[in-house]
Ligand binder design. Structure first.
Ligand code: ADP
Ligand code: MG
Length: 476
């Protein structure tokens, strides 16, 4: 019996089916149609360019073996790509010969028999003109585990990160959400995980992206090309997706929706997702519930303010890497006085090193004091929730117990709301923790208080004055 495209392909399918998971078979092979057999070339039609790339990327060898078995050594496979979502799609074909020139994610010319506006897989990281799917991971190798010092404040997040690097997608930490205040190492840790994965699994596609850039790309593809599927498909090709500062998606509902689809696809396929945020999930506002709940599927690990011992270790390692020696008392002074932000800690040390090398003098404690005071003044003064409650209740002539009480008397409620508002504004505490400390309320009450204070300030002059007075009291 003469071989037809269909019989050849059906035999290939049987072989393929025996060699991959039923799920993968269903997803990637059932939708394929055998179209034409000419000499030793089999043409198959796939539903999209993404589909073709996926087959090439993941099943190239399998296809080659199957095809060779069926039609001999000179077998060739041609893809016919049915363009999606386009007018006149039934005539728009693209053909492709994979077997002859293929390196890993190599640049292959795609021969498009499309008259105009040839659709392209939008890969935001591909250099224009080079048509390949080589994805730059955007990782910074200087942020690695070796120089991410361990301390009590980051132990959980760091070890979860290490576990993920050993087995991306294979731990229960998926997604990993690293959260914590500014300058505490979120970006560093996120890169370190990616860098480590790339070392251990060079074949895995890792991508680091800030939520800001992600949003920009989303908007670009939404506006310019209306090619959202391609945008989403591109991200669905990633094995390890790292999105930094995910809180920046708040309020951006469309971008969140795109991210939702990407997340689901990756998660379902055992791909690893790593997220960072400057807030705990419970404090994230204007992020869709379905996304928030997914953020909590894996592990949320907080980066806390480092303790004195860790701060010292960080300073010492920075000095060591730069080959600089510094007197003990100076190191001690800096570690004792810059507490809540590692970026500032490093900044102060760099300043000190710069001063000493420019003036070729030993750094003395006076210079250290001067530099540290610059850094500390630039940061918001650390105010505790206790101080806030004390200042607010004194201002309104009540005691702290009254401020915290369950009463609904208007002036007391307002004072309490103002205290909550300042606690949110001036400390790094979560809404939940503020609520707990100011009269055992829940986070929704604190959120409501913050909104009320914001509103009242613009409608009530007297109220505005209270807030201004208290602002200056708390800042001094
Ligand atoms: P975030 O993203 O949380 O704002 P970064 O990751 O940018 O913070 O960290 C700020 C600086 O502090 C970076 O230079 C980083 O290398 C450094 N840093 C943070 N945590 C550590 C750590 N555990 N060990 C060494 N350096 C750290
Ligand atoms: Mg960061």
């Amino acid at each position: 019996m003469a071989k037809t495209a269909e019989t050849v392909w059906n035999n290939c399918l049987k072989f393929i089916e025996d060699n991959i998971s039923p799920q993968a078979y269903k997803t990637w092979f059932e939708p394929v149609l055998a179209v034409k057999l000419q000499d030793q070339s089999l043409s198959i039609q796939v539903p999209s360019k993404f589909f073709y790339e996926w087959l090439e990327e993941h099943y190239f060898n399998l296809l080659k073996v199957a095809l060779t078995k069926e039609i001999g050594k000179g077998a060739k496979l041609l893809y016919i790509i049915k363009m999606e979502n386009r007018a006149g799609s039934s005539q728009s074909f693209t053909e492709k010969i994979p077997s002859s020139h293929r390196g890993k994610v190599s640049s292959q010319d795609v021969n498009m028999k499309v008259t105009s506006k040839s659709p392209e897989l939008k890969n935001p990281f591909v250099i224009p003109g080079i048509r390949n799917l080589k994805i730059d991971s955007q990782l910074n190798a200087n942020y690695n585990f070796d120089n991410f010092l361990e301390g009590e404040s980051n132990r959980l997040a760091r070890s979860a990160g290490k576990a993920i690097a050993n087995k991306p997608g294979g731990t229960s930490f998926n997604p990993l959400l690293v959260f914590g205040g500014s300058g505490l190492g979120k970006t560093h840790l996120a890169h370190a995980i990616g860098v480590d994965i790339k070392e251990k699994y060079p074949d895995k596609t890792v991508l680091y992206i800030s939520a800001e850039k992600f949003t920009q790309q989303y908007i670009d593809s939404a506006i310019k090309r209306k090619n959202l599927n391609d945008f989403i498909h591109f991200y669905q090709l990633i094995d390890v997706l790292i999105v930094d500062d995910i809180q920046l998606l708040s309020g951006k509902m469309k971008t969140q929706e795109a991210f939702f689809h990407i997340f689901n696809h990756l998660h379902q396929n055992g791909k690893q997702v790593i997220l960072t945020s400057d807030k705990a999930p419970v404090d994230m506002q204007e992020i869709e519930q379905r996304l928030l709940s997914r953020f909590k599927w894996g592990l949320s690990a907080e980066l806390q303010v480092p303790d004195y011992y860790t701060r010292r270790k960080i300073i010492e390692s920075k000095l060591y890497r730069d080959g600089v020696e510094m007197p003990e008392d100076i190191i001690d002074y800096v570690a004792k006085n810059i507490k809540s932000n590692i970026r500032e800690l490093e900044g102060a040390i760099i300043s000190l090193i710069a001063h000493s090398s420019f003036s070729k003098t030993e750094v003395d404690i006076e210079l250290a004091q001067k530099i540290v005071s610059n850094f500390v003044r630039k940061t918001k003064k650390d105010v505790s929730i206790d101080q806030i409650q004390k200042t607010v209740s004194e201002y309104f002539n009540m005691d702290i117990e009254t401020l915290q009480s369950k009463t609904r008397k208007r002036h007391i409620v307002q004072a309490r709301q103002i205290a909550m508002y300042f606690a949110k504004k001036m400390t790094k505490s979560s809404l939940a923790s503020i609520g707990k400390q100011i009269g055992s309320r829940d986070h929704a009450t604190v959120l409501h208080a913050c909104k009320t204070v914001d509103n009242l300030q613009s409608t009530d002059k007297e109220f505005k004055k209270y807030v201004e007075d208290l602002t200056s009291k708390l800042k001094n």
